[in-house]
Design a protein around this ligand. Sequence first.
Ligand SMILES: NC(=O)c1ccc[n+]([C@@H]2O[C@H](COP(=O)([O-])OP(=O)(O)OC[C@H]3O[C@@H](n4cnc5c(N)ncnc54)[C@H](O)[C@@H]3O)[C@@H](O)[C@H]2O)c1
Length: 596
Amino acid sequence: MAREFTSVGVVGLGTMGAGIVEVFARNGIDVTAVEISAAAVERGRATLTGSTDRAVAKGKLAEADRDALLARVDWQVGLDALHSVDLVIEAVPEHLDLKQRIFAELDRVCKPEAILATNTSSLSVTEISVATTRPNQVIGIHFFNPAPVMKLVEVVRTVVTSADVVADVEALCERLGKVDVTISDRAGFIANALLFGYLNHAVSMFESRYATREDIDAAMKLGCGLPMGPLALMDLIGLDTAYEILDTMYRRGGRDRRHAPVPLIKQMVTAGLLGRKSGRGFYTYERPGSPVVVPDEHTPVTTGAALADGARAIAKVGIVGSGTMATGIIEVFAKAGYEVISVTRGAEKSAKVCEAVKTSLNKGVVRGKLSETDRDAALGRVTWSATLDHLADVDLVVEAVVEELSVKKALFASLDEICKPGVVLATTTSSLPVIDVAMATQRPADVIGLHFFNPAPIMPLVEIVQTIRTSAETSATARAVCAALGKTGVVCGDRSGFIVNALLFPYLNDAVKMLEASYSTADDIDYAMKLGCGYPMGPFELLDVVGLDVSLAIQRELYLELREPGFAPAPLLEHLVTAGYLGRKSGRGFRDHTKR
Ligand SMILES: NC(=O)c1ccc[n+]([C@@H]2O[C@H](COP(=O)([O-])OP(=O)(O)OC[C@H]3O[C@@H](n4cnc5c(N)ncnc54)[C@H](O)[C@@H]3O)[C@@H](O)[C@H]2O)c1
């Protein structure tokens, strides 16, 4: 029989603590909520009232239930109020000495059988536990932000945590409606160990002006379906907390440079830009604690007129290639009203592409997303050709041929001879340097990357890749075209992986390394990222969909270009590829797909 918890204590009522109070009180458990001062108690109480009022306004909580929930909370200053609770969860700032002091004090104040839990994200639960005389009753209960919303709890047992305590806490998590994964005491546990390298990398992209904050965030939301971009997430976590977590992970996790906090984070913390809680971080918020972003001096002007500023007029577009991407891109341009010339390497290929475009447009008609008239008009806008000479008077060429540099370079050299002056020449490459392609022409200023995502008619994102030779006019034209296509164009530099792949694949690779180290299972790691961070798929699900060979190739490129030791492909990934386990397409990857 699991222990019944009727009263708990929460210490520290900041970003996490206030949310944790809500989780317990919502589930009928009395909470003693403790802070260091009356003012801090009031802030915590205001967070809870605000959150529950919003739930009532949205119809998610009845008024009577809200009142009952609030009545379950006893607000107090100082730890002495915790003398009779069954369990305490500590959520004070991420400093080992502070947590150790609090645990020593809790050990003195709390009844002998009480369980003492920490919500630390990265510190050693073991080191915290030894500040007490009952380390076997100390455990990590790591909630995710926002605690009332995120389903995951990481339960962290140390080598001395007693099995009863682990079982009692697992049962408690279930009662709270949470899904728990129980793991041992390692820096960052599952989710943060996979998340923070990615967040830090995103900050370094912003710091080096590789892309704007809006573009980095839009890229990860629209390209990977994440609930929020990395910089908006840093603001939600709190930059001071994120700094401490990174710093601890760097020191505890083998001094991986990717966890060494990017200098900008420390500067922002020192300047009081802590994120949502202080009203300003990477973004500016309506007021401290508010989730509403308001425009500031860095907010881009996104009106149509401003976008078109300096852009060349584009009416006629040539699309070269006959694969999945070319087919999708033809559809996208034709639907948006452009006159399209599709060029393939032969009439047979053209017929196939034409059929594929028709099939896709027909699907749109069947689903009620496109009228028959619009479908016919879109098809009527496309001319099918097998010779590049027909591109002499187009305004824009989008190349989507095989991902081989020599082929692309030869094609661009031909386009340079055939196309009229002033045409924008775009490549859809996802991994080759755009500058290599640009230098195959006499007009590198007119060359740019337009990295569409698959399937192009559905995915809303296009990465606009500027080389060091791309002109402002070409870039403005690319942005205007993306807007006219109804896509979100994000502008970035010409580096391996652009924004999305550079941020996504090292995280996937880290997940493979974590599995390889036997820290956790593929299922638990997938759960952790989905339920703790709101990812649409876990890393192993995604790797199996993308293909392990494709993922390995991208990771190798990133490693070769950036020479970051932490980017070295996981040996397990290499072995699986060598063994022919490529993911869904081969029937087996991290999981066996033949049995499902
Ligand atoms: N922010 C996140 O997204 C997140 C997610 C999961 C876990 N965590 C972890 O939760 C813990 C708290 O982080 P946070 O982001 O809520 O921090 P925070 O800075 O928002 O809040 C910490 C609160 O603790 C209070 N406090 C400080 N000393 C205290 C004391 N002696 N007694 C009582 N209260 C005290 C502070 O007044 C403050 O209100 C950290 O260990 C952090 O790593 C954070």
